[in-house]
Design a binder for this molecule. Sequence first.
Ligand code: NAD
Length: 335
Amino acid sequence: MNHNLLITGGAGFIGSHVVKYFVKTYPNYRIYNLDILSYASNLDNLQDIKNKENYTFIKGDICDKDLLKEIFSRYNISRVIHLAAESHVDKSIDDPIKFARVNIIGTLNLLEAAKGYWKNNYLDKLFYHVSTDEVYGSLGNDGLFLETSKYDPHSPYAASKASSDHFVRAYKETYSFPVIISNCSNNFGPNQFTEKLIPLVVQNIIKNKPIPVYGNGENIRDWIYVDDHVKAISLIFHKGQTGETYNIGGSCELKNIDLINKLILITDSLLNRPKGTSKELVKYVLDRPGHDYRYAIDSSKIYDQLGWKPSENFSENIEKTVSWYINQHNQKDSF
Ligand code: NAD
């Protein structure tokens, strides 16, 4: 089967890994990467595939309806993996309207463009929407998010993603539209913009700058290596049931402060600094408003139905990640 596959947000963190994986693994697919190239993107992350025959980059906005219409018809798009989004919770607190415009209206524009072009012929068509576990809100010390958990978003970012998920589901119910959604936990790995926790901590250690920790640092996240997420996306893309939602988690819950302490140990060691030198950089700051306490995913549906499992080598993957950020910094004085 050949696909003309539109991937949105492919110059961002997760998107760049998804694009590289699909371009390299499926030379018979034509991959079109649509990205506005916001501050969070970096085309350098796609250097090794940029000249591949089955790859085309398109700079553009998912809010530009005419552009979307043109892309679908010019490239005969049959499938979509939609990752483009504003993704930083803190920025959503400062500018919720922008998050509504990109994450909700942008998704709706894409749905409309696909519906308009596919014209009820849904054979081999797929609209795959990549979402987050933050739509489910916050857990206490027990429990896990299931695909059937109630939506209860707390931040404007989570609310915008929840709303986009609802539109995708509404298209399935109203137009029998061929959709799949996956909701994933916190990703880590190379290519992430420095506003996010892991690259920020590593950068501040390198530069001997304070490491800000929200509240008491006790908030818990379930971490997944980005390559594991990409493999789950590929499996869902190829074997997932149309109309279904799949939760994807790393089964690796960590308190923020414990993660930060691990990053300090690894980074100090890779920089040949005496063990624990950078602990003194930790600075507790006022908590983020509406800061969710705990996220944790029950991935048994994707385990049981599609045979996916996350890799179990968190220590190795986090070391690889820190080492990548240090190398980037050495090459460019930033990353
Ligand atoms: P990111 O911020 O690193 O990348 C987002 C990309 O989207 C950027 O390249 C940006 O230029 C592009 N973009 C933004 N607005 C656009 C627009 N109007 N038109 C076209 N492109 C636009 O984000 P990420 O962390 O890679 O997340 C990708 C997707 O995965 C998002 O939908 C996010 O909600 C979801 N997700 C992320 C995580 C995570 O831990 N990072 C976890 C679960 C789900």
